[in-house]
Design a protein around this ligand. Sequence first.
Ligand SMILES: *Cc1c(COP(=O)(O)O)cnc(C)c1O
Length: 409
Amino acid sequence: MNLEDCIRLDRLDDLSGMRQEFQIPDHVIYLDGNSLGPLPHIVRERVQNTVINEWGKDLITSWNHHDWINLPMTVGEKISKLIGAAPGQVICADSVSVNLFKVLASALALRADRHVILSTHDNFPTDLYMAQGLSTLKDNRCQLETVEPENLFEALTESVAVLMLTEVDFRTGQRWNMREVNTAAHKAGALVIWDLSHSAGAIPVYLDDTEADFAVGCGYKYLNGGPGAPAFVYVAHQHQQVEQPLAGWMGHANPFDFSRDYEPAADIRRFSSGTPGIIGLSALDAAMDLWLNIDTESVQRKSVSLARVMKERLSEDKVFSEISLIGPGPGPEGGSQIAFQHEHAYAIVQALIERGVIGDFRTPDIIRFGLCPLFLSHVDIFQAMDVLAEVLPNGIYREKRFQTRSFVT
Ligand SMILES: *Cc1c(COP(=O)(O)O)cnc(C)c1O
């Protein structure tokens, strides 16, 4: 694989036009869109408009005039198309963590005779924490059990009420077969909650078709909604009559009746709680318009193609023998990221960042690169590998300034 091959691949790439939609600083190769998507130009304009005109000039009338009140549903519908959900099942609200709390409680209510929330040891910590927190509530008899991924199917016993999994592992990029898991869980009488934080906008997802029950996901990673963007929650139509415990006025059937008793909205709105953050939601709404003409199958094809550049460089050049690939990489068994192990992973990532190649480190020893197909080219990947080839053999990363860890890694 040489630079000319990459230039040719970029010429054939039907997503190559999307890069100009983003503000990416010169001399930066951004391999971290899976942690914080870069800023789309359309988002910058939209946020300005929301602040200056809608809030600044139209004030409170904007709730009706600019339809702020329906924005959680509007954005939810746009996200639905990326995750294989028919209309009326997705709402945009709160964080992934808070949404997990709601759907965990709902799923447990639907399986009142069972008490176990089953997950994996390696699930994203906040997912496990939310289940732990829920189990401490008074009179709540639920209990979190975690297993190694390879033991998951045998752990689906009669006491399991709900299986909670992250479809694509945030460290290794390993991906579950959603259809196989949903079928096995249902056969065992359990419901399934999927965390799509590393799936939405990264790979094709078919929630309805695979008969998923609930899902949550992140707005600030592959969806490019901005730091701390609101998350989303999917509840399959057949479960929408269940109540969720974070009953707030925005989930009420008639919030402006100001009635004393809670009466949940008849539809997915009952999964909202308080007033949505309109500035953040506007940003995500605008970012979702970038996906209007993009199908997720072509996104995945491009991830695979970008990963191929990386993998070929890896096998062709001995300088890379120090790092080892972990996980499957993009494809039917992986997400849109690639990960390597090295005992000095943290320092290597810092040395790369200093040279304009931004990836991230995940404890204890993982170098992780997000191969986001909307704004990365094959040439970017080729050049990033050049930089890695420069950093590795000379032990540059051993310099002291690359060793001190910041709070956020
Ligand atoms: C990023 C991420 C989250 C984020 O949760 P928040 O509550 O929105 O901060 C949750 N789960 C997974 C798997 C993630 O990757």
